[in-house]
Design a protein around this ligand. Structure first.
Ligand SMILES: CC(C)(COP(=O)([O-])OP(=O)([O-])OC[C@H]1O[C@@H](n2cnc3c(N)ncnc32)[C@H](O)[C@@H]1OP(=O)([O-])[O-])[C@@H](O)C(=O)NCCC(=O)NCCSC(=O)C[C@@](C)(O)CC(=O)[O-]
Length: 343
């Protein structure tokens, strides 16, 4: 029943002004809310893969250096919640992102679980080779739909970044590494303003053709609204299959959950998020954290999807890392659940 209601909708139902996808979405919520048991019904639900980016995207912007052991413990705790992907760190220039300069040591400290992958971000061949030596099995390469952003982030044009990444994708393949690709600034750029969905499409297509198994579409500064995100997904899914796309939302303007829900209605089944809403890109001024994983899990599990993530355990991890960082969690769901626990 749930599978039928929440299944992938044909692209023809994706209309912008509140058409069938909206009406069907509402029906999904009502039916899903009735099903809370975790038996066969639960297993029959559509699975949404969550890519936890907290240890990398979440921590990279922290000014104070976090002990490597704390990062390793965060990764261990996250992997224990049922998450299948935990992006661990990045092998980038330590001048560019000092917080990630312990990538090698961190990789040594991670106690890997067999069903969990631990991708790492790499900007160049040097990063790729260091990641491989450190035991990484998967890398993520990253560019954007705005030249201005790519220039600030990695000192290249989009075209040049694609050339470099094409080489990297080949080398990664030869070394048995999987490659994920990011396209940032899908709805707007902090330096150049509005971004054309056709530009996002062209960059995503390049990444897909060079062999990225998954392309994560990043609303880096969180400016997009559901109809804008849908327009991007509609455009990109003409050249990259929906099953190879992920959505990566920051919550700067409070639009992240709405945008994720719209993406799910459009057929996306992979969502990036960050425990406790940690994060913000050092190269996008004013950008706040990623959408909180707790909020995403709360929404998905209550709307007829299956994430495999234990929300209560996740809330514990969010509380723990927030305490370690000396700040409150940005997750609304976690705050509400903690208040209930403490009542
Ligand atoms: C691309 C570069 C390297 C160019 O930086 P550059 O300065 O042009 O490169 P370079 O080759 O001249 O190297 C500069 C220094 O870094 C070193 N270096 C160079 N490469 C490495 C490496 N791999 N590992 C370790 N060290 C490295 C290199 O050895 C040298 O050290 P020095 O000789 O001066 O002592 C630099 O700009 C960089 O590392 N940028 C990465 C920035 C970054 O991590 N950004 C992530 C932001 S989040 C994001 O992009 C969005 C995303 C993905 O989360 C999704 C979304 O929200 O949209």
């Amino acid at each position: 029943m749930l599978g039928l209601v929440c299944g992938r909708f044909p692209r023809s139902t994706l209309v912008r002004r509140g058409g069938p996808w909206m009406r069907r979405g509402l029906r999904t919520s009502i039916i899903a809310a009735k099903s809370t048991d975790k038996g066969a019904d639960y297993l029959a639900r559509p699975f949404v893969k969550i890519v936890e980016v907290g240890p990398r995207d979440g921590l990279q912007n922290e000014k104070k250096l976090i002990p490597t052991a704390t990062k390793a413990e965060l990764i261990r705790r996250l992997a224990n919640t049922g998450l299948s992907v935990v992006e661990a760190t990045s092998f980038v220039s330590p001048q560019a992102v000092p917080q990630m300069s312990d990538a090698k040591e961190l990789m040594k400290m991670i106690k890997r679980q067999p069903n969990v992958s631990y991708p790492v971000l790499t900007p160049n061949i040097r990063g790729l080779m260091s990641a491989k030596t450190a035991g990484a099995k998967e890398i993520a390469i990253f560019t954007a739909a705005s030249d201005a952003f790519v220039q600030k982030n990695i000192g290249r044009t989009i075209d040049r970044s694609i050339e470099v990444f094409k080489d990297m994708a080949r080398i990664a393949r030869e070394n048995g590494l999987r490659v994920r690709g990011y396209v940032s600034c899908i709805a707007g750029c902090p330096y150049a303003g509005k971004v054309d969905p056709d530009m996002v499409t062209s960059v995503a297509e390049d990444l897909f053709r060079m062999g990225c198994y998954e392309i994560s579409l990043g609303d880096t500064i969180g400016v997009g609204r559901p109809h804008e995100i849908l327009a991007v997904i509609q455009a990109v899914s003409r050249v990259v299959p929906l099953e190879n796309l992920a959505i990566h939302c920051h919550d700067t303007y409070g639009q992240a959950l709405a945008n994720i829900y719209a993406s799910l209605e459009a057929g996306i089944r992979t969502v990036d998020s960050s425990v406790a809403g940690l994060g913000g890109c050092p190269f996008a001024k004013g950008a706040t954290g990623n959408v909180a994983t707790e909020d995403v899990v709360y929404m998905l599990e209550g709307n007829g999807f299956r994430t495999g993530v234990d929300l209560e355990k996740l809330v514990d991890v969010g509380e723990w890392i927030s305490r370690e960082l000396g700040r409150p969690s940005e997750s609304r769901a976690a705050r509400a659940l903690m208040a209930k626990r403490n009542a």
